[in-house]
Structures are given as C-alpha cells and as structure tokens.
Ligand binder design. Structure first.
Ligand code: HEM
Length: 337
C-alpha cells in the first residue's frame, strides 16, 4: 500500500494542542496576562506525566513475567527506561523556575476564577505515584486525597491502586532470587557469616542494630511487621548492593539505584513545588481542599516510595570486610565464555 505523506501539524495534532488554552479570566472579561503561562505549564507537566506513566508501565510489563534473568536484555531495558523517568523528573523540577517568574500578585489576578481546580486533581500524578508503588495506607491526607475528584476519576485511581505496582513486582522478583535463601553458598550460610562481619563494624552503643540485623536477615527471627519488602527481597537487595561489582549483579544494582533516583527526584519536585506554593499563597488553604502548604510538607516527608531500599544502606560494609564468595558463586555471577 502506498504511504500517504505525513504532515507535521497533522501528525502532532497541533490543532488540538494549540487550541486547548482557554483562560478563565478572559471568559469573565478580566485581563490576567499570566494565566496563559499557568495553563501551558500545567499542560506541559501533564504531557510529561503521560510519558512517565508510559515508561513505568513498560517496566511493570517486564517484571510481570514469571522469570526475569539478572543478565537479560529485560533488566537493561528496565534500567534504561527508569533512567528516562529520572531525566523527565529533572525537567519537571527545573521547570518550576518558569512558574516562579509569575508573582503572587500576578496569580491573584485570576486565582479565584479557578476554584476548586488544583494540581491536587491531577489523576495522572496520583496514578503515577500508585504505579510506582505508593500505597494508599502510606498516604498523608487520606480523607481528602480523592475527595475532590469526579466519580469516574476516583474510580480510575482506585482501580489502578488495585494493580501490582512496580514496587510490588520488583519485590517479588527479588524474593525469587537465590541469595534470599539461607544455606545457599558458604559453609555457615551467607547471612550468618555476614552477621559476624557486621557485628564487628558496629560502634559502641549500636548493639540494637545487631538485633535489628538478625530480625531482618536471619532465619528463625521475627521479621519487622511494618515493612513492605519481605525478608527474602531484603536479603537479595542487600546482596546486590554489596556485590554489585560482579557483572551479573550490576544490572540489578542499577535498577535498584534507578528507583532511589526516582524517589529522590520526586522529593525534589515536592519540595520545590511546596516552596513555590508558600511564596505564592502563604498560609491560605489550597483550592483543592487540602491544608495547602502544610499538606504538601507532610506529603513530601511521607511519600518516599522506595525508602526501604534506601534504609538497607545501614547494613553495608566496606568492601574488604565482606565475606569472600566461593569460586563457584563468583563464576555464577560472571559472564560466561
Ligand atoms: C501558582 C502555582 C501553584 C500553586 C499556588 C499550587 C498550589 C497547590 C496546593 C495548595 C496544593 C495542595 C492541594 C490543594 O490544592 O489543596 C497543590 C497540589 C498539587 N499541585 Fe500545585 N500549585 C501550583 C502549581 C502547580 C504546577 C505547575 C503543577 C504541575 C502539574 C502542580 C501540581 C500539583 C500536584 C500534582 C499536586 C498534588 C501533590 C500531592 O498530592 O503530593 N501545581 N498545589
């Protein structure tokens, strides 16, 4: 079949995008020159949210498979996509500077026309958070989190929350790895051996850390009930962080690191947005029905998604103190000839 020539503006449907700015102030016959910027900034954010969501879903698709080899194209593809999410987030953080060129007085020219619309009603943002793995019960402000949404949007967000998030899928993948099993590898079992080295590294007064280590990593101890990462997944994640220099663990390490980058950048966005909001509306409540800057501060503090991965760094040891891995394991973790 002959291909029809594609025309730039048709392909990008610019007729829709470039005609999608309708300032409320103009509808009220009021001149508010900065409302155009306000609309375009939000639309740009929404487009990037859409792209982020697309990437996150592709990574979820990879981890929905029954098996994902540590040394497979899948892992490197997932790492690549998570890097892209991070790069998008960097844009989203820095884009705040354009928003900040609008002064509080400029905003007041049209703010009242927008009620009760707010970024708080961005379902793409809520869905992206849920798909990355922020669970409802970890949310601050649960009472108003979806209260401002239309019924169909509320349902959509709730439906997504029922799906397996990236956190859940990666947790399962880690739990399936062999390093999770005690008795695997060394004579006494890797985690017993690691405990001895870890105990030596503790400073005076840090003994409670050893109890915590035992409950986190040793068999027969009660695992902390408030954690979302199970014991097996925690073992694998720590093992990957410790022995990441071995070729087959490098992809998984980059993956975990990619999740931490995303959390870090999301937090940067939350703080940046919160500071901008404080300057813009002071102590006033948000148009979206929350407590405004106060809510945003709590969300910034509480909505770290991959915190449990970050917390594992308390159990790291310097390289020369690490248990030496037996030759057959080293061979298993290396590229094959
Ligand atoms: C003048 C500029 C802005 C002001 C004064 C403002 C104000 C607020 C306030 C007060 C909230 C808390 C919820 C509520 O409304 O009660 C909020 C939430 C939110 N805003 Fe903005 N915002 C601004 C710009 C933006 C921009 C450019 C975006 C980009 C999409 C955005 C996205 C969001 C999101 C996603 C939330 C929910 C955050 C969360 O639940 O953690 N806002 N905003």
């Amino acid at each position: 079949m002959e291909q029809k020539p594609v025309y730039y503006s048709d392909y990008l449907q610019l007729d829709k995008i470039l005609n999608a700015q309708a300032p409320e102030s103009a509808k009220h016959g009021v001149r508010a020159d900065d409302e155009m910027l306000f609309i375009i900034i939000h639309q740009t954010y929404e487009l990037w949210f859409k792209q982020m969501f697309h990437e996150i879903n592709l990574v979820r698709e990879i981890f929905q498979k029954e098996t994902v080899e540590e040394n497979s194209a899948d892992i490197f593809n997932a790492v690549h996509r998570l890097n892209r999410v991070s790069e998008i987030l960097k844009i989203l953080v820095s884009q705040m500077t354009v928003m900040e060129t609008m002064t509080p007085l400029d905003f007041l020219d049209f703010r009242d026309f927008l009620r009760p619309a707010s970024g708080f009603q961005s379902i793409q943002f809520k869905i992206a958070e849920a798909m990355l793995g922020l669970p409802f019960d970890q949310r601050f402000g649960q009472e108003y989190y979806v209260s401002q949404l239309r019924e169909e949007d509320r349902k959509l967000v709730k439906d997504y929350e029922k799906e397996d998030s990236l956190f859940v899928l990666i947790e399962r993948w880690l739990a399936r790895m062999p390093f999770a099993k005690n008795g695997w590898e060394t004579k006494d079992g890797f985690w017993q051996e690691y405990k001895v080295a870890y105990a030596k590294s503790l400073q005076d007064g840090e003994t409670t850390n050893l109890d915590y280590f035992e409950s986190m990593f040793l068999d027969g101890k009660d695992y902390p009930s408030d954690l979302r990462l199970g014991k097996d997944a925690s073992r694998s994640a720590l093992f990957i962080m410790l022995y990441r220099d071995y070729p087959l663990l490098n992809g998984p390490y980059q993956l975990i690191n990619g999740l931490l980058d995303i959390d870090d950048l999301l937090a940067q966005w939350r703080y940046r947005h919160m500071n901008m909001v404080k300057r813009m509306i002071g102590k006033r409540v948000g148009t979206g029905g929350s407590t405004g800057a106060k809510y945003l501060q709590k969300a910034a503090q509480n909505h770290y998604i991959y915190k449990e991965f970050a917390d594992l760094t308390s159990f790291l040891l310097q390289r020369n103190e690490l248990p030496k891995l037996p030759q057959d394991i080293v061979a298993d973790l290396s590229y094959k000839h």
